[in-house]
Design a protein around this ligand. Structure first.
Ligand code: ARG
Ligand code: ZN
Length: 867
């Protein structure tokens, strides 16, 4: 069944109070629920539907009396109460099976702990309820469990009372003073250690901060705790938002479908985004923790205090909160490098999604399984839409809009429309064009042409926009596109622009399908720097030649655009080499740009590493009408080799000069990154330098005092074609086998090795004793890395697809949500040559025919290949 946005109906009843009493047992947990319901529809209704899924009903009472059989009906999706009175108390008792819940939605038992995941629709797997985001209620929860296996009992809000009971059990009662939708409910029970800290809010509230982890991990919580405190301070300073409870709890688990969950006062996290020590976590792991901790914290206002009317509005909280966490990270680290990373992720995940059969608007129109819409479009493109409004309005007016949004909607379940309206009303601005951005799928293409008129000393810029058709949306309208720009003179300086009072940077708003701007009284010829900071989520075709890009790659003072020019040069050269394998792998313009970057002593090492990192194979493939799998791989390899050789002296110098004892500041992180890039180029360089570089890598692998360096070396060795790294692979496992997050890396690196024999290797990995189908991190490490391995997944004989489909089929019985998500690479079949298309479609069809196919996977397959 398909749910449509236009079919929204307000609930006919509301729940004012819900009291849960849960006796936790891994095999048979009993949930006793007491609901206070009252009608809000003006007229009596014939039936009231309560959601329920996989529940064993033990008893039902209304106002203290057993409910007559004639007063209710069990249905596919729950329970129908017939002719419900205007106000009543409903009590239900159900039995559920947490250990058997390998879908990890609802209440599950994993790794000795009880955990919940209720977003989006998991609460209905715990009890019968109005499981919809516009139903806000006050929750009280009493948990009972054996004291020895579950000394810790947690739920949302405040702990009101605890006690012991017979048989070695104990209990705890929690109350959340803030009414909330069921998707924000959480409870946790287990044998957990806690790391504590305190935070004092701007207005003086003392907040206890608690991170719950396994005893042996208590030493690995510092990054999470610091990030939390920084995020709390940042939200006060930048948005004037304080935390609103006396306790903020975070629980880490190895068994989690996504990254983390913002349950009120009790976040549950994938351990990957909590635990870090220099020995076990890389610099990017540390950054991931900082941003996800902040993301979940920021949800307390954008998501929890102001929540969603229905799931079509998902981006109202996710896009906005991603925008907030990106800005937080930009403030904590280097803004330019942060932006490059954000755009890289957008292009890697969202652009392909927007260009394929799974394309959907940021505010979708229909779904059959909402979990399939936790996508890069809803999250990352959603963040870009908020960012564009921010760009157009400016900092202070944007903040005014946010203040009005909170003032109007605190405690309510609202829509994206309400958000735009708040931004408009606070600033008397018309942002109606953004309603189209939210409703229209597809990535606009912006074509720019410009010319300098030497006689008039003026430059004319013409911008044209067009959005390609997407499934179900053949015709597209123009959208408002803010194009941040500057004009650079031949020395690379920004020239004053008369039209904006002499400022040297401005934002043009492209609203029509085509518009032109004229910049007069210029001092001389200029080169345009367009879409600075990637001011809109579009594909820009700038019609500049290689010389202009080479110039911008050296001189543009906008870090994003400088990086982008470098990427453009590399992409052009790579595409030429893909089309004709006899083309020189390192054209002179690119070589000069690389030389200039290597010689530039001003440039920050992290940014330098970004500039010198070649675009990935996927991104190159994105620029082609048909992805030339092998040729792309060869061309990129060839370019790596050429850059490695040509600059062998420079790379060697960098490798030695940047060696340093481990420190965690931004500069040290950048230096590690650049040094490991140097090592990668040296190894790619082959010839004389290679053998030496492999020795360096072996030495680095053994001697590293941190995981960033150790893993970089391990990856180079384990994925190197001319090198037998069996001993290193074994050593890595033996060193780290007690650290699941590290072993995930071990699995992923092997599954990502770009050789035909990898398929066989992956088959072995799936029967390795440390492999576990029930742990999503582990499954993603192998199957996710495999599907992202361009030459192996897309092997010409189709073996990768067949193998992959078999594994997804198996996973679907265990964890449908993760199976559906992992299967999405098959949706890109239209991008490949005919034999591959056929093999991919066959794989989809095999999956479609699976007995007991989940709704999650069925929807992905159906949309990937409708027929
Ligand atoms: N709201 C969570 C976040 O911070 C994501 C949870 C999604 N979970 C799911 N099963 N769909 O982004
Ligand atoms: Zn989120």
């Amino acid at each position: 069944t398909v749910i449509r946005r236009g079919d929204y109906q307000a609930p006919s009843y509301q729940v004012s109070e819900i009291a849960l009493d849960v006796r936790l047992d891994p095999d048979n947990t009993e949930v006793h629920t007491r609901l206070q319901l009252h009608r809000i529809a003006p007229e009596p209704v014939a039936e009231l539907h309560l959601d329920g899924e996989s529940l064993e009903l033990l008893g039902l009472q209304r106002d203290g009396q057993a409910l007559a059989e004639s007063a209710y009906r069990l249905t596919e999706g729950g329970l129908l109460l017939l002719n419900p009175p205007e106000a009543f108390i409903l009590e239900s008792r159900v039995r559920i099976h947490p250990r058997a819940n390998t879908a990890l939605s609802g209440l599950y038992h994993a790794g000795g702990q009880f955990l919940t995941q209720c977003e989006a629709e998991g609460f209905r797997r715990i009890t019968y309820y109005l499981d919809r985001p516009d139903c806000l209620a006050r929750f009280t929860v009493t948990l009972h469990a054996p004291q020895d296996s579950c000394p810790v009992l947690l739920a949302n809000g405040n702990c009101m009372a605890t006690g012991v009971e017979e048989g070695g059990w104990h209990w705890a009662r929690w109350e959340d003073p803030y009414p909330k939708p069921a998707y924000l409910f959480a409870m946790v029970a287990g044998d957990l250690a806690v790391v504590r800290d305190r935070y004092r809010t701007a207005s003086g509230r003392e907040v206890a901060l608690e991170i719950y982890v396994a005893e042996r991990d208590t030493g690995a919580c510092a990054q999470a705790m610091d990030s939390l405190k920084h995020a709390m301070r940042w939200d006060e300073e930048v948005y004037g938002r304080e935390y609103d409870l006396n306790r903020y709890m975070i629980v880490a688990t190895d068994s989690f479908n996504m990254g983390a969950m913002e349950n009120k006062g009790l976040n549950i996290f994938n351990a990957k985004y909590v635990l870090a020590s220099p020995e076990t976590a890389t610099d990017s792991d540390y950054q991931g923790i900082e941003s996800v901790i902040a993301h979940e914290y920021f949800h307390n206002w954008t998501g929890n205090r102001v929540t969603l009317r229905d799931w079509f509005q998902l981006s109202l909280k996710e896009g906005l909160t991603v925008f907030r966490d990106q800005e937080f990270s930009a403030d904590q680290n280097s803004r330019g490098v942060q932006r490059i990373g954000d755009v890289r992720r957008l292009r890697a995940a969202q652009f392909p999604e927007d260009a394929g059969p799974l394309a959907h608007p940021v505010r979708p129109d229909a779904y059959s399984e909402i979990n399939n819409f936790y996508t890069a479009t809803v999250y990352e493109k959603g963040a870009e839409l908020v960012r564009m409004m921010h760009t157009l309005l400016g900092n202070v007016p944007f903040r005014k809009g946010m203040d009005l949004y909170f003032e109007r909607h605190d405690g309510h379940a609202v829509t994206i429309e309400d958000f735009i309206a708040a931004m408009e009303d606070a600033n008397q601005r018309d942002l109606s064009g953004f309603r189209r951005w939210y409703g229209q799928a597809g990535t606009p293409v912006v074509r720019a042409t410009g010319s300098y008129d030497p006689a008039r000393h003026s430059y004319t810029l013409t911008l044209h926009q067009e959005t390609p058709a997407t499934p179900g949306q053949p015709v597209k309208e123009a959208v408002p596109i803010p194009v941040r720009m500057a004009l650079l003179n031949t020395q690379g300086q920004r020239v004053p622009l008369e039209v904006v009072g002499g400022a040297s940077e401005t934002v043009l708003l492209l609203e029509q399908s085509e518009q032109s701007w004229n910049f007069a009284n210029l001092p001389g010829p200029v080169i345009p720097s367009l879409l600075r900071g990637f001011s809109a989520p579009v594909r820009l075709q700038d019609s500049l030649d290689d010389d202009a890009h080479g110039f911008l790659a050296r001189h543009d003072d906008d870090p994003f655009n400088r990086w982008e020019s470098m990427q453009d040069l590399a992409v052009k050269a790579l595409l030429a080499a893909v089309a004709d394998s006899s083309v020189a792998p390192l054209p002179i313009t690119l070589r000069n740009a690389v030389a200039a970057t290597l010689a530039d002593r001003q440039v920050d090492p992290a940014f330098c590493a970004e500039l010198l990192t070649l675009p990935g194979e996927d991104y190159i493939g994105e620029q082609m009408p048909v992805v030339a799998v092998e040729a792309i791989h060869r061309a990129r390899d060839g370019m790596m080799r050429a850059i490695g050789r040509h600059f062998a002296k420079e790379w060697t110098g960098l490798y030695h000069d940047l060696a340093a004892a481990y420190q965690r500041d931004g500069l040290s992180i950048g230096r590690r990154r650049l040094r490991n890039l140097a090592l990668a180029y040296l190894i790619a360089g082959e010839g004389n330098s290679r053998e030496g570089a492999i020795l360096h890598a072996r030495q680095q692998y053994i001697q590293a005092d941190n995981m960033t360096d150790r893993l970089a070396a391990f990856q180079l060795l384990a994925q190197h074609r001319h090198h037998d790294a069996e001993d290193v692979i074994l050593d890595f496992y033996q060193r780290w086998h007690e650290y699941p997050l590290v072993i995930d890396k071990w699995f992923a690196i092997q599954a990502a090795a770009p050789y035909p024999k990898t398929l066989r290797q992956v088959e072995h990995l799936l029967v390795h004793p440390a492999f576990d189908w029930r742990v999503p991190n582990r499954v993603r490490a192998v199957l996710g890395a495999f599907a992202a391995n361009p030459t192996v997944f897309h092997a010409a004989d189709g073996s990768g697809y067949t193998f992959f489909a078999e594994q997804i089929r198996r996973l679907d019985d265990i964890n449908p949500q993760t199976a559906a998500r992992l299967a999405t690479p098959l949706s890109r079949w239209q991008r490949y040559d005919a034999p591959r298309q056929q093999a991919m479609v066959t794989a989809l069809k095999i999956l479609a025919g699976k007995p007991g196919l989940s709704r999650d996977l069925a929807e992905v397959i159906q949309r990937s290949h409708p027929e």
